[in-house]
Design a protein around this ligand. Structure first.
Ligand code: MG
Length: 386
């Protein structure tokens, strides 16, 4: 099943349930996306009759048997991620242990989350500052804004009325001089609004060319950003490395990579200062822990990208608790009024931290009424006829 976010165009993930003949079940979540639910159902015969405690073996079986569907990256890996998370929850419930136990136990019981923030349709720097102050007043100690939203100084060569497509004009990835100054003004306004103690990150969604990305990152150095995310397109690791090594502003990337092998080059070339795997998308809990451990050999922190419901968020928080190099995790649901109500029993979020407890698995129970009320049109409730 998938739960739909209240704002159009963005969904929470697909929830995945694994049931056993002993009556214990597990609930996981896969990142949203076309084909993911179909691929979850396609994997079902690979699990029927198997021992659900053999999680890493089942992961390997799914990767091998779904290779034709594309299990190196993309929707197939995302579907497997949701099943894998459900299996860890199931194991926790069977053994009456929290998920974090299976990854070596916790370095911390509180997981810092950062608020993904939006300043409005056509914001100016003062709107960013106002929003930043409001979110910090709600208790968050870490925030992130989009720096690539519509800039009043963008030289727009398109008449396209769709603002999402307008963001990608012009196609040459150039930042004009006035655009650059506007972005610097935005970051200055946010930093001055929240003071030096608040973690402030900015996201550029792969928009710029290498040289302008370096100019921007260097211009933002006085404002002590937590990171500048995805200033250039993601495909070329050498280009990532060049940008990263050309500025004191930390460069973060990784939300669209899949499985440990694809993070290997990014880590070993030290092409990012901070890595942002999306756990219910890139392979699941064990795969994220392997990426984190690999990154830790290069002393690179992990800051998971996250747009999940409470299920994927708290399951991810359990593995983050077991990563010594965990930095902060995304919280993308400030504008989803029913996010908390989707589950019974938490998560407990206080002053910008998810507080973990010792309940079995991830500890959450789905509120089925709320889930049914927010089913994505055309999707089913765990395979039931809608
Ligand atoms: Mg991003």
């Amino acid at each position: 099943m998938s739960a739909r976010r209240s704002s159009p165009g963005t969904s929470l993930g697909f929830l995945v349930k694994v049931e056993t003949d002993s009556g214990v079940s597990g609930l996981g979540e896969a990142y949203w996306g076309a084909g993911v639910a179909e691929l979850v159902h396609k994997a079902k015969p690979l699990l029927l009759g198997e021992d659900p405690t053999k999680i890493v073996k089942l992961f390997d079986v799914m990767v091998r048997c779904l290779s034709g569907e594309g299990s190196q990256a993309g929707a197939t890996v995302t579907a497997i991620s949701g099943i894998e998370i459900a299996l860890w929850d199931l194991l926790g419930r069977a053994l009456k242990l929290p998920i974090s136990t299976f990854f070596g136990g916790r370095f911390r019981d509180k997981i810092r989350i950062y608020a993904d923030c939006h300043a409005g349709a056509t914001p100016d720097p003062a709107d960013y500052a106002k929003k930043a102050r409001a979110v910090v007043a709600n208790g968050f100690s870490a925030i992130k804004f989009d720096l690539d939203t519509r800039n009043p100084h963008t030289i727009d060569v398109s008449d396209d009325p769709n603002p999402r497509r307008q963001w990608f004009e012009p196609f040459n990835r150039v930042i004009g001089s006035r655009e650059m100054l506007w972005m610097v003004d935005v970051v200055r306004a946010v930093r001055e609004a929240v003071g030096p103690e608040i973690m402030v990150a900015m996201d550029a969604h792969w928009k710029f060319n290498v040289n302008d990305a370096i100019k921007l990152a260097q211009a933002l150095e006085p404002f002590d950003l937590l990171w500048l995310e995805d200033p250039i397109p993601p495909e070329n690791i050498e280009a990532q490395r060049h940008v990263t090594h050309s500025t004191k502003t930390p460069i973060c990337t990784g939300e669209n990579l899949y499985r440990k092998h694809v993070y290997r080059e990014l880590i070993e070339k030290q092409a990012a200062r901070i890595i942002a795997p999306d756990i219910p998308k890139m392979g699941g809990l064990a795969e994220a822990k392997k990426v984190a451990d690999h990154a830790d050999m290069y002393y690179i922190p992990i800051a998971p990208h996250n747009v999940a419901s409470p299920i994927g968020t708290v399951a991810g928080a359990h593995v983050c608790a077991a990563m010594n190099n965990f930095l902060v995790m995304e919280f993308h649901a400030q504008d989803v009024p029913w996010w908390d109500a989707l589950v019974v029993g938490g998560p407990t979020i206080v002053d910008g931290f998810i507080h973990l407890d010792d309940r079995p698995g991830h500890g959450l129970t789905l509120n089925e009424d709320v889930a049914r009320a927010h089913l994505k049109p055309g999707s089913s409730f765990f395979g039931d006829t809608p």
